[in-house]
Design a protein around this ligand. Structure first.
Ligand SMILES: Nc1ncnc2c1ncn2[C@@H]1O[C@H](COP(=O)(O)OP(=O)(O)O)[C@@H](O)[C@H]1O
Ligand SMILES: [Mg+2]
Length: 261
């Protein structure tokens, strides 16, 4: 069965996309799945938290072994995979140039989809960690994906951005990817003791109720996530007793139930 492709997307930065990608990958690995994570953000956070230090990243860049070369220079993505659990396709700052340099006779929005296709036989799940923009890279991720997971910080400005993301998803669905589903919105950095966070969470649920989009139970705010990121591990593995961390297992189960298109 070809891998299910999941875009982890939100155009806001700092809402937990990268942290969610890492923990969701871990939850899937726990169930015996072969997982590939693709760093689609020029800031390379995912590459760094999955263990590629900045020096190693520079070397990969010199060797032409980052996602940029796959999207722009036609290097097969299989040659960019760093084996591991999860396996990783790394990104460097040069990926920002891909926005203007991608050329394809079949459409610049579907280049990632096209290039990932041969890798779908080697993995059960491919997670794409999106950049904090609604740019061509994010549209490529949404075009390649079977489903989207939307991490959303439980503050007012973060939930304000969700309708725009949903519009973008609907646009991509209409134009390029009719099978694209939304697995759900995962509230992150949630402070269970703050009334305000509970209010914001309610508002988020109300805002998407008419779209029938699931809002998962929240992942709590905890320094465990940052500490785990610094260790290059998933909080789910390193600090399994962190409140809310097992929401990632629930999201993983839902992702596995989505159609592979
Ligand atoms: N549940 C959480 N509780 C506390 N800190 C978190 C949580 N999730 C993520 N973080 C921290 O918040 C920051 C932003 O997270 P990150 O995953 O990089 O977001 P994004 O990829 O959306 O920019 C990081 O420093 C990360 O360690
Ligand atoms: Mg990130």
């Amino acid at each position: 069965m070809p891998a299910i492709i999941v875009a982890v997307a939100n155009q806001k930065g700092g809402v937990g996309k990268t942290t969610s990608t890492v923990n969701l990958a871990r939850a899937l690995i726990e169930t015996g799945k072969r997982v590939l994570v693709v760093d689609c953000d020029p800031q390379s956070s995912l590459s760094i938290v999955t263990g590629v230090d900045p020096q190693a990243l520079r070397r990969l860049e010199e060797q032409g072994k980052t996602l940029y070369y796959g999207l722009v220079k036609d290097v097969p993505l299989a040659e960019l995979v760093i084996e591991g659990s999860p396996a990783l396709i790394p990104a460097s700052i040069r990926l920002a140039n891909a926005e203007t340099e991608i050329v394809s006779p079949f459409g610049v929005a579907s280049i990632l989809k096209e290039k990932l296709e041969p890798l779908r036989e080697q993995f059960d799940v491919i997670l794409i960690d999106c950049p904090p923009t609604l740019s061509l890279l994010t549209v490529n991720a949404l075009t390649a994906a079977n489903t989207v997971v939307i991490p959303c910080k439980t503050d007012y400005l973060s939930i304000m951005g969700v309708p725009l993301l949903i519009d973008t998803i609907e646009n991509v669905r209409r134009r390029a990817n009719p099978g694209l589903s939304v697995t759900g919105i995962l509230p992150t950095l949630y402070n269970a003791r703050a009334n305000h966070d509970a209010e914001v969470l309610n508002e988020l649920r109300n805002a998407v109720a008419h779209k029938r989009i699931e809002v998962f139970p929240p992942v709590n705010r905890s320094t465990a996530f940052d500490k785990a990121n610094a260790e290059g591990r998933a909080a789910l593995e390193l600090f399994p007793e962190t409140p809310g961390v097992d929401q990632y297992r629930l999201v993983a189960a839902r992702v596995l139930g989505e159609r592979r298109g």
